[in-house]
Design a binder for this molecule. Structure first.
Ligand code: SIN
Length: 190
């Protein structure tokens, strides 16, 4: 797979043009929604775990010194909380560019409070994409995040903004919270 997934995503049309659709954000799309939407609602998806396993060469790192950002890995029994946005289909154009470093549009079932659900889209970076980094010891990931930075800002801010956004949602995420603690500890020791 090429590094830039923009073109691939433009072939992945799962919803009718001219209709609104739900997009589920689980990373920067929770706290950095720089796109137009009709409404936004906290939501969750089932069977997926959020992991800092995706390389960022374009936003929170550079090709020489990539950062780490989140993707989702299949994990039966795990709930991933995030934010759902009802958007127009043509809003996906700029989002494909923003998420071009390995993420592909995928369909998932979104669950809202009070038992409501709807099919929606996520941007998913699987282990098949060229920017995938995968798992590493927590300390190594924290050190990488504490030092990387790219055109969208520091990798550390990405992690800590996500942590705050998840806390605001009342979401549990051991992986993200442990990384945030580790990064803060590293900063305290500098
Ligand atoms: C997302 O937020 O849903 C995708 C990953 C990211 O852009 O941080």
């Amino acid at each position: 797979m090429t590094l830039d997934t923009t073109w691939l995503n433009q072939q992945r049309v799962f919803f009718e043009e001219g209709q609104s659709l739900w997009l589920f954000g689980y990373g920067s799309l929770i706290w950095k929604a720089e796109f137009a939407y009709h409404e936004r609602r906290p939501a969750r998806i089932e069977g997926w775990a959020r992991r800092f396993w995706q390389g960022s060469h374009d936003h929170r790192g550079t090709p020489k010194s990539p950062g780490r950002v989140v993707t989702l890995v299949e994990s039966p029994g795990t709930t991933c909380q995030g934010m759902a946005y009802r958007i127009d289909a043509d809003t996906l154009g700029p989002l494909d560019i923003r998420e071009k470093n390995g993420y592909l549009r995928e369909r998932v079932m979104l669950h809202f409070a009070e038992g409501e659900h709807a099919e929606g889209l996520i941007y998913l970076a699987t282990k098949e994409n060229a920017a995938f980094l995968g798992d590493a010891p927590l300390e190594d990931m924290a050190r990488q995040i504490a030092t990387a930075s790219g055109p969208s800002g520091s990798n550390r801010d990405y992690l800590l903004n996500l942590t705050t956004a998840l806390e605001d949602l009342g979401a549990e995420d051991k992986h993200v919270f442990a990384l945030a603690r580790q990064v803060r500890e590293l900063e305290g020791n500098r």
